[in-house]
Design a protein around this ligand. Sequence first.
Ligand code: HEM
Length: 331
Amino acid sequence: MSTRTAADLVTTFPFPFPQDTYRYSTNVEPAGRPVETPAGQWGSSMLAVDSEYHHELNERAEILQRDPSRLQVLDHMRPAAWDAMLTLMQELALAYPQDFSLTRNADGTFTWINHLLGWHQQFTWGDESSLPTEPMAYIGAQVQEDIALLDQRGSELFVDAGVITFAADWSFGFDVGMSFMEIHGPVPRVHDLGVIARAQTFITRLQVGAPYRRTNWSLTIGRRLDVATEVYDRWGPDRGWIQTVDDTTFGDAVHLRVEVQHLVRLPQTGAVMFLIRTCMLPLSELARIEPWRARTHAVLQELPEDMADYKGFLSYRDRAVAWLDRQAPAD
Ligand code: HEM
């Protein structure tokens, strides 16, 4: 087996399976509590900066240049974008004080410093001319997380702004402006189970200062972050290629792809911020941690066909199960 994954990506990997079986649920828990894993720990802060920081932000910049539809702020969400930017700056400064700082000056302006990028900016809340780009673009260039902003109208939520460059087979450009229920239309099972209606009710009751989080997961081929529906022609063929490779390549190429998602009520506007952080670990690395290997094997083997199909790995699920089985330690 080869090792190409930086150590911190293993020790902070948010392994998503609490049990040997996996079903959809409204799996939310309060944010900020660190989770111990057999490899290390994750989850002590809402935003995580790791060894992929520069690489992922460069990738986001390239994607946005190629396709500006991945960043959209509907007009009524402009104040929410400021709210999101300031909230994220505060979070970064709190979690990583050596790398980021935010100061409120006596004249009411703010000074923001990002040491990792060498950025130093004085700005006035609400004044776009005081930033080099609009607030969503400015903060999107400094956090590894994708960001969606939801407007609450009565008991319904609408995804009306965001910068989403790492969508796992969905299209932000297509979904922007849609309701929470419409967006989840393609997901199997969840509507009959009431998962999405319950999730919406839960989100509409979110309080300022009490963020929640959940995880979601899939399998993906390679470390490609941009697997949006509109660029299917770039990554879809990998699903055919993976059938043809040898076992070593298979273990290095197939990744467990986990999203750590945070739900945050923004303090100034009351909009809801949804953060999606994508973490990927190749099966070859995951298999070195025996409890992870055994659990992933069990979950994949048992997962109902419609869920594996929706998640896009039905065609290589059996091979992943067999591959993980062969890595089991000898008795
Ligand atoms: C997909 C649940 C919040 C956007 C999904 C899936 C589930 C789910 C079960 C299927 C995932 C898979 O099998 O890989 C939930 C729950 C939430 C929540 C329980 C909150 C407690 C949100 C929010 C957004 C969102 C706030 C806003 C952008 C999406 C999208 C998809 C998705 C775009 C992909 C749909 C597609 O195939 O086009 N969600 N979700 N979700 N969710 Fe959520």
